[in-house]
Design a protein around this ligand. Structure first.
Ligand SMILES: [Zn+2]
Ligand SMILES: [Zn+2]
Ligand SMILES: [Zn+2]
Length: 100
């Protein structure tokens, strides 16, 4: 007649097949079986993993916006300040034309 107290159970479900585990470690082990091979390059800022180093590197740029040089006229971003400087010159020409 005793009713079991309701124990809050955290369920961890597999992202790939929705198999549910109550143990996070077991789930992580299980999920790794879905990977065709180990993905050695993991992003330090988010859970993404990559097979190739260049994929991770280009992904890192999406986190690190400070590395981008942004044009304050049109919002375009550049990886090098020299590219931005050259780009900005094109704006100056346009502005001069408009202002006459
Ligand atoms: Zn699974
Ligand atoms: Zn990331
Ligand atoms: Zn611009």
């Amino acid at each position: 007649m005793e009713e079991a107290p309701t124990v809050p159970i955290t369920n961890y479900s597999c992202r790939f097949c929705n198999f549910v585990y109550t143990n996070k470690r077991a789930l992580i082990n299980h999920e790794s079986t879905h990977y065709p091979e180990k993905l050695p390059f993991s992003c330090p800022s988010c859970p993404k993993v990559f097979r190739e180093k260049y994929q991770l590197q280009s992904h890192l740029y999406t986190h690190d916006s400070a590395r981008h040089f942004k044009c304050n006229f049109c919002g375009r971003t550049f990886r090098h300040s020299s590219s931005l400087a050259r780009h900005k010159r094109s704006h100056r020409l346009t502005l001069q034309n408009h202002n006459r």
